[in-house]
Design a protein around this ligand. Sequence first.
Ligand SMILES: *Cc1c(COP(=O)(O)O)cnc(C)c1O
Length: 478
Amino acid sequence: MPNNQGTTLQDRLRQLPSVDELLKHPDIHDLLSGVARKIVVDSVREVLEEARRHLLSPHEHPLAAVPSISELVQRASVLCAQKNAFTLHPLVNATGIVVHTNLGRSLLAEEAVQRLQVVCRSYSNLEYDVAKGRRGSRYVHAEAILREITGAEAALVVNNNAAAVLLVLNTLAKGQEVIVSRGQLVEIGGSFRIPDVMAASGAILREVGCTNRTHLYDYERAIGERTRLLMKVHCSNYRLVGFTAEVALEDLVRLARRHNLLVAEDLGSGSLVDVSPVGLPQEPTAQQAVRAGVDVVTFSGDKLLGGPQAGIILGRKEIIALCKKNPLTRALRVDKMTLAALEATLRLYRDEPTAWRRIPTLAMIARPLASLKDQALQLAQRIREAVGITSMNVQVMESFSQVGGGALPERNLPTYVVAVSSQRWSANQLEKFFRANNPPIIGRIESDRFLMDVRTLQNGDPDIIVQAFARLATEEPQ
Ligand SMILES: *Cc1c(COP(=O)(O)O)cnc(C)c1O
């Protein structure tokens, strides 16, 4: 079968090396020191199969030439690196969204990371009461410090706040009615909707009031035979503005007491510190909910609190005891890594200035504008030097960061961003280029410019960004 190069197909197929031959190539052999043999062999095999396939289908691949050994080695190395890469890996968050749900939410404090290592490298008293020499409970570990910090009678930590809400509703109100304002029937994202969680828990939702206004008498009129719980849900990711009214937690508590009902609050982000001193609107804290006399309050461990993923339930002793007895708790339980990181994070709250300094989520929110500006100007200068004299326009601009994680949705964290535009690269092409970097750099596009907010950059991130720009200067837009 002659072809355009005057050799037969059989000849050309024979020119391809064997798997073993390629494996002996020094470059491939070197890979074996850092990569599992199976991954290297699979990569070599796939590259050879692909080359064979191309040669065998001249209609689909009319120009397929027999690849050289170095070409095959090169392709196998690339494939091998892809196969060997972690699927969960770090990246650069240049979005300015501090608690970015898609990018891993809160970063752990160094103290929490170290504690994780200490506890996970060793056996521990996870479920062992050392003083008594018998089986203990994993739930004691975070409970003492949660009580100390919040003033709650008791506490329980579960897998996340969605689990906490589900557990509380299932424990306290299965088959009974829970009254919630229509203005608080929120969807948090990732299909967490209050009405759906309510249904999954077996509790019966009783909506009251209007979207924009709910009054105490709305709750009062809805109380009936089957009512068990009055529930308040933090609106988190949206804000009611204009002609609005909500009932204060204290008033709900008074009403519930009169009717022998319970009050639960889902705080969502649930800060342990007042965030208003750094220029944010007042967010209700967990301590305030406890002081208001709520029977049970739930919030996330990895939103404003700045710890590991967890759902924290604070409440009266009898209620937490009921939750602990619920068989669902076993299914929603946290592991020792969560408890280790959470305890270490919570200890930082014993001294509020320490919490603001050491917990990355709080520290990023509190960064002074002047320091953000300095960092943005420095980064912009380094980028200009890296790209040299090109058509790239690198500017520092005022903008807004977001707390994220559903907390404080408005534009109220002024920041500085480095904005890049170019005649050669569209904003979309820039975004794609940086997203394809290793590690990926995630920014945002605004008015046809690629924006990087310095607020969420970590140590070392500016170097990664500058290197990516140096590479950009030598490449063509794709
Ligand atoms: C975020 C949020 C949740 C879910 O918390 P997770 O920790 O993500 O499970 C539930 N309720 C509210 C109001 C929230 O903001």
